[in-house]
Design a protein around this ligand. Structure first.
Ligand code: NBP
Length: 476
């Protein structure tokens, strides 16, 4: 036994992580259900470092130093359970199984409990950064027992992305917390992509700019507050020309965005936790709407009503869009961090929002300059009631607010859909409002269901006898 780590599941993610470990000097045992992938990896990249080729699970487990550390990188779901079962049968108490796939956090909670019963350590680790990150440094969000992080942490931290000398990897918390946090990360990614999409749509539909011009704007934005991986790749995508037609590539791609599920999971979990993640929800629904192709085709010709004139001051409206994007992005992150706080409270995880902002600064899809500000915000006040209330973000939104309103109003008057911009602004206005129409909602509930209400001027619960003399009674 001489390998410090084993990787099973050698599709694109597993292969790249195995190579990343090897490049960092670790001896890596390789395993895949079908040996062809193992051999393909060795043939193409065997020179990256020290690999141990294995065919069976028994050989694989025997190749590992104790306590054994195995990283599973298979398709999330039943395949993960099948692989865990096979490995657990061959491993010994104290060994560590890491699931680096995109598991649903409740599955991770279940698997961790079952393996703990058998004396094994199970670490559900969210890994972000796609194939490039896996190879050159991902952002890693490992949950599971703190003891296992002592043995595992140094390995994971060494292959993670590094920002200002800090690895983009830290122990997140018990059982499913790593996968939960990765799920919300992906939800934020959905919101971020939708917001960028809305900005792009406005450039085209409200300002009649072409993809190349818009690419230049995104390139410019990427040297300011919006600097981020997603803004950077947006410029690259918009600059791409289709070889076949000579048109911008984006114009020959079908406008139906697919989803694998983590955005949907985020929204489902937020619904259960009662946290409004409106930006993420709008992003998930926008993808669903884009994919309803038959319905959209049938809706062709629906009236738009009388539309306003397009903005004439292109520079001003461009700046308005930039501000709206920034402010909406702050809201999306604020909501995501609210969900993390709620998940932490629900499951007793004691999650540290500042740590998450720190490890998302590099390696992952949502990496952005902006995350330094979030890190600082939570360093200053770990109990911040909302990210929006941090002095820096509060003033950034104050600067952006007029532009943000102009963008949402103009889009509405031009018939251009901006669900995430608009719902983020509404969320902000609702958060700010000191009186909401919820008083009416609660009164209606009391009317039809005797659900009672609280009064602004007295303690206790009250009910109006709506179908009698409409007098008020105190509810027991
Ligand atoms: P896939 O998600 O496409 O999974 C393919 C791997 O799963 C192959 O190694 C395959 O083995 C193995 N596998 C399957 Br399918 N069923 C199996 C079973 N019943 N028993 C054993 N092995 C089985 O690979 P991926 O795209 O590299 O992603 C790996 C994980 O990482 C996933 O959970 C994914 O959600 C997550 N992830 C992916 C990305 C990304 O950018 N792609 C980013 C972050 C996280 P075979 O070769 O024998 O068929």
């Amino acid at each position: 036994a001489r390998a410090q780590i084993g990787v099973t599941g050698l599709a694109v993610m597993g292969s790249n992580i195995a190579r990343n470990f090897a490049k960092h000097g670790y001896t890596v045992a390789l395993h895949n259900r079908s040996v062809t992938k193992t051999d393909a990896l060795l043939a193409a990249h065997g020179g990256d470092g020290d690999f141990v080729r294995t065919e069976t699970v028994a050989e694989f487990v025997a190749a590992l130093e104790k306590p054994r550390r195995v990283l599973i990188m298979v398709k999330a779901g039943d395949a993960t359970d099948a692989v865990i079962e096979e490995l657990a049968g061959a491993m010994e108490p104290g060994d560590i199984i890491i699931d680096g796939g995109n598991a649903l956090y409740t599955d991770t909670i279940r698997r961790e409990a079952a393996l703990r019963e058998r004396g094994l350590n199970f670490v559900g680790a969210g890994i972000s950064g796609g194939e490039e990150g896996a190879l050159n440094g991902p952002s890693i969000m490992p949950g599971g027992p703190a003891e296992s992080y002592e043995s595992l942490g140094p390995l994971l931290e060494s292959i993670a992305a590094q920002v200002d000398g800090t690895p983009c990897c830290t122990h997140i918390g018990p059982d499913g917390s790593g996968h939960f946090v990765k799920m919300v990360h992906n939800g934020i990614e959905y919101a971020d992509m939708q917001l960028i999409g809305e900005a792009y749509h406005l450039f085209r539909a409200a300002l009649d700019l072409d993809p190349k011009q818009i690419a230049d704007i995104f390139t410019q934005w990427n040297s300011g507050d919006l600097e981020s991986y997603l803004v950077e790749i947006t410029a690259e995508v918009l600059g791409q020309v289709d070889a076949k037609t000579g048109k911008p590539l984006v114009d020959v791609i079908v406008d139906a965005a697919e989803q694998k599920g983590t955005g949907r999971w985020t929204v489902k979990s937020a619904l259960d936790l009662g946290i409004p993640v409106t930006g993420i929800a709008e992003a998930v629904f926008a993808r669903a709407l884009s994919g309803s192709r038959a319905q959209r085709a049938a809706a062709k010709g629906l009236a738009a009503g009388e539309l306003a004139a397009k903005p004439t001051d292109i520079a001003q409206f461009t700046e308005d869009i930039r501000q709206a994007l920034y402010a909406s992005k702050v809201v999306a992150y604020a909501q995501g961090f609210d969900q993390i706080a709620a998940g932490s409270a629900e499951y007793g995880w004691d999650l540290k929002p500042g740590d998450l902002a720190t490890i998302w600064r590099g390696g992952c899809i949502i990496r952005a300059r902006f995350l330094n500000r979030i890190k600082e915000a939570y360093e200053t006040d770990p109990a911040l009631p909302s990210l929006i209330l941090d002095p820096y973000f509060r003033s950034a939104i104050e600067t952006a607010i007029d532009s943000w309103r102009r963008v949402v109003a103009t889009a509405t008057l031009l018939g251009i859909p901006v669900p995430a911009f608009a719902s983020s602004l509404s969320y902000y206005d609702a958060l700010r409002a000191q009186r909401l129409p919820a008083a009416l909602t609660q009164a209606q509930r009391d009317f039809f269901g005797a659900h009672t209400y609280e009064r602004v001027d007295a303690e206790g619960k009250y009910h109006t006898l709506w179908s009698e003399d409409r007098s008020e009674v105190r509810s027991s």
